[in-house]
Design a protein around this ligand. Structure first.
Ligand code: COA
Length: 435
């Protein structure tokens, strides 16, 4: 059958498509900025007929109306990474968090560790062969969709067509045609602290290196110091608008990458229309499932890969907490450990944890601490940690003794907190701290 006929036959309204969700089902949503707002909103419209529907999701960038108080009887959100719109529900026990390395999420869905009855996806218009692209979010979304019993797709003209992923129309059960703006993430404000951190991180990056960047002001600050570099590459779980500027300037060419040469590789994207236009129909960009992009054994094949991630606390042994404020789950591991391990195995690779030295509303809390807060998880272990960078400098921890680590970390702590850290050092190591 001509795919155009099959396509036309599958078109229904959002209300009809969502009416196929049953009480007790588990639904997987497309990740981050790729989430189909029209399907989410319609699901919430139908809340009264549904009970015990689990929503497995990672970073929710939409408003997550299914997490509002009063929705608990109908929906239970299960986050593999807690975002701003789901944090309160997790904190109040109205939603759950499941620890998971990002590269393992596809295995969870494929092997039924996390069941998936229904996939809610948002895809591009079909190409001449009837294949739609997952666009800006492929990560776990494509593998979970392949595992789902029922696939409901919003086909959105505004979803970019990206390479390295896809779904054929025959594998979609219901199509909701709706043109809508994608969720955007505006570029962050880069302050003086982020600029200093960015400068230190950039000092470790050489011509020809490949970068993995996390999200936020620090990665963008790093990029702003790379304008005079040559032939940089991108192999990252995500990237944002900052990469587009360096690509347009010819700084990022991907020419020296030891795998996927000439290609930007990522598993999802968060940014503005500028980024989405850049990747649309761009054969130099591959957006692939996360069990490829984040597999430490794939990352390890990229010579000179520099992984840049952030953290909430680092203790004096070098243990990194990137995800909790005491007992409160603030975010998740994401791809941090995937890339720390991959970069550590790679020839010439470096894994960097870049963070401001202080945090809290008034910046009165040190992120370098004697011990992690009670309740907090270790995200990156002391055996895996490599470089830690703050606005006060670089601590290179690999191969260092506990005493050398503590010394290096105290030197990059905020000066206001150094006396207390030194007191702890002298107690712990039975010797004077040497500047
Ligand atoms: N007590 C009270 N509040 C605290 C706190 C404490 N001990 N520690 C942090 N906070 C608050 C901050 O004030 C801030 O609040 P705000 O959002 O209202 O400004 C918030 O918690 C975030 O803290 P901060 O330490 O400043 O985090 P950040 O914005 O630099 O982001 C991570 C850091 C760890 C949250 C982020 O990098 C992350 O989620 N990482 C996940 C792991 C990863 O790196 N994955 C790979 C890339 S996605």
């Amino acid at each position: 059958m001509d795919w155009r006929k099959e396509y036309a036959d599958k078109i229904v309204s959002a209300a009809e498509a969502v009416s196929h969700v049953k009480s007790g089902d588990t639904i997987v949503f497309e990740h981050a900025c790729g989430e189909s707002q029209c399907l989410t909103n319609e699901l919430v419209n139908q809340a009264d007929r549904l009970e015990n529907v689990t929503i497995s999701h990672m970073v929710a960038m939409g408003s997550a109306p299914y997490c509002q108080p009063g929705m608990e009887k109908h929906f239970r959100h299960n986050a593999l990474f807690v975002g701003g719109s789901t944090r309160k529900a997790v904190e109040e026990g109205r939603a759950d968090f499941t620890p998971c390395f990002f590269h393992e999420a596809p295995k969870f869905f494929r092997e039924g560790i996390l069941p998936v009855d229904v996939a809610f996806i948002q895809v591009s218009e079909p190409d001449e062969n009837g294949n739609c692209s997952f666009g800006i979010s492929v990560d776990y979304t494509q593998p979970a969709t392949e595992a789902a019993k029922l696939v409901i797709a919003q086909v959105n003209k505004k979803m970019p067509y990206t390479y390295g992923n896809g779904i054929n129309l025959k594998d979609i059960d219901y199509i909701v045609e709706q043109e809508a703006d994608l969720i955007e993430l505006q570029p962050p404000h880069i302050g003086e602290t982020e600029k200093k951190i960015g400068e230190y991180v950039a000092s470790l990056i050489k011509d020809g290196d490949t970068l993995q960047l996390g999200i936020g002001a620090i990665p963008d600050a790093v990029l702003s110091f790379l304008g005079d570099k040559k032939d940089l590459g991108i192999h990252s779980e995500m990237f944002s608008d900052g990469v587009v500027d360096l690509a347009n300037k010819g700084v990022i060419t991907n020419a020296k990458k030891t795998i996927d040469q000439g290609k930007f590789v990522s598993c999802f994207l968060m940014g503005t229309k500028k980024l989405y236009d850049f990747v649309n129909n761009n054969p130099d960009v591959l957006i692939k499932p996360v069990d490829y992009t984040n597999d430490p054994f794939v990352v390890a094949q990229i010579d000179n890969i520099i992984a840049i991630n952030s953290a909430m606390q680092v203790d004096l042994m070098g243990q990194v907490n990137a995800e909790m404020i005491g007992y409160r789950q603030f975010s998740g591991v994401g791809g941090q450990v995937d890339f720390v391990r991959g970069a550590s195995r790679a020839k010439g690779g470096k894994a960097i944890i870049a963070m401001s030295s202080t945090t809290g509303k008034t910046k009165k809390i040190s992120k370098i601490v004697p011990i992690l807060d009670e309740g907090a998880a270790v995200t990156t272990s002391r055996n895996d940690v490599d470089y830690v960078i703050t606005e006060f400098g670089i601590a290179a921890l690999k191969g260092k003794t506990l005493k050398q680590r503590a010394t290096a970390l105290i030197k990059i702590a905020h000066p206001d907190f150094r006396p207390a850290l030194i007191e702890e050092f002298e107690k712990r190591f039975h010797c004077k701290f040497e500047e």
